[in-house]
Design a protein around this ligand. Structure first.
Ligand SMILES: *Cc1c(COP(=O)(O)O)cnc(C)c1O
Length: 365
């Protein structure tokens, strides 16, 4: 295999081991929804979703309808939840057999209009409640108006989303969200006079609040290998490695500058390496000017100057290396995306979900 290019390596064996670990926190009956929005958090939607389907997850979830259509196009058969449908999506949602999250009266009216037009009496959907994240969803006070509107075509599930399940200093906030969700559920079930299935927990919810797993959980970041807490590092394994090779090496005299707008000025004799990856590939400008660091051999090299669209330069003055040598941005053990992203004050979610599609994917089992 040629490594003379930037590549994302996807380790499917780590995906399976993460799924097994997350499932070990759940009752056997609890269903598992794998969240594969944003190109499976930047990995590769088709590859990862097909593998998850093969491994027996019950459901997939994506943010937008187009993402669901893409999954159907590559042959995914299991149910797919669309977390954030838009008003003009319902033709596509029905024709692709996708399940919408209904989060507002406005979206409910577009959904109902479509069902009426097609004369469809029952169609699966999920109702989303806002229990404190204040992003999407109905409130408890909406129930009086809402329940009569959903009596004819009952929701398959009701759900909500936790806003701080990874933050154990915010246990009270999470407990309030959980209580609010339970309270809303009780009212809905009483008004509809039957029990309705529920889902609430994201990855950190599974890890920290597994008593509230209800009928299904929704996990994204954990499948990709991050638990938002160092204590899960031994159990969850990143599925992605991002690596490249040194394109060119330059030896600079003191006073020389590097990159656009002279972002770095050499004060002493400095050796720099140019790498074929830039902000268009997902390594944002926040990693420039000494913030981000990459692994060259077993040594750390700082990203210097401003990150360009297609290239970055790193300081290799103290490192024995040559053009063509491998450089690791992050991998599955020695230096993970969580650690790389921390150097620029961001999180693994942002870093991996930004990896551009122009980078080649290599899959290993
Ligand atoms: C993204 C998302 C998830 C997955 O969260 P993770 O922290 O990645 O497990 C679950 N539910 C909703 C509504 C989401 O938007």
């Amino acid at each position: 295999m040629s490594i003379n290019e930037t590549t994302v390596e996807i380790k499917l064996k780590n995906l399976k081991s993460n799924l097994d670990f997350l499932k070990s926190k759940l009752n056997v009956k609890t269903k598992f929804m794998a969240v594969v929005k944003a190109f499976s958090y930047g990995s590769d939607s088709a590859i990862v979703s097909k593998e998850l389907e093969r491994l027996g997850v019950d459901y997939l979830a994506v943010a937008y309808t187009q993402e669901g259509i893409e999954l159907r196009k590559v042959g995914i058969k299991i149910p797919i939840l669309i977390l954030h449908p838009q008003e003009n999506d319902f033709d596509d949602i029905l024709s692709n057999n996708l399940e919408p999250s209904i989060y507002s009266f406005r979206i409910l009216s577009f959904f109902t209009k479509k069902l009426n037009k097609e004369n469809i009496k029952a169609y699966p959907y999920h109702i989303k409640f806002n229990t404190g994240l204040n992003r999407l969803g109905f409130l408890k006070k909406d129930l009086q108006k809402l329940t009569p509107l959903i009596k004819q075509n009952l929701p398959k599930y009701i759900f909500s989303h936790l806003g701080a399940s990874e933050d154990l200093d915010e246990k009270n906030y999470t407990k309030k969200q959980i209580e609010e969700f339970i309270s809303i559920s009780e009212i809905v079930e009483k008004d509809l006079n039957r029990s309705i299935k529920k889902h609430l927990l994201n990855t950190s919810g599974i890890l920290n609040y597994s008593d509230f797993q209800f009928n299904m959980v929704r996990s994204g970041i954990g499948l990709y290998g991050f638990g938002n807490d160092i204590k899960f590092k031994a159990n969850l394994k990143p599925i992605l490695t991002l690596k490249t090779v040194i394109s060119q090496i330059h030896e600079l005299k003191p006073g020389s500058s590097v990159g656009y707008n002279k972002g770095f000025i050499a004060e002493t004799p400095t050796v720099i390496a140019t790498l074929p990856i830039g902000h268009a590939d997902g390594i944002g400008r926040q990693y420039g000017n000494g913030n981000g660091e990459v692994l060259v051999g077993d040594k750390m090299a700082k990203i210097i100057g401003n990150v360009c669209m297609d290239m970055i330069m790193v300081n290799v003055t103290e490192i024995n290396c040559e053009e063509g040598d491998e450089v690791i941005f992050f991998d599955d053990n020695s230096y993970t995306a969580e650690e790389f992203s921390k150097k620029a004050n961001t999180i693994s979610y942002e870093l991996i979900s930004s990896i551009s599609r122009r980078i080649k994917r290599n899959v290993s089992r």
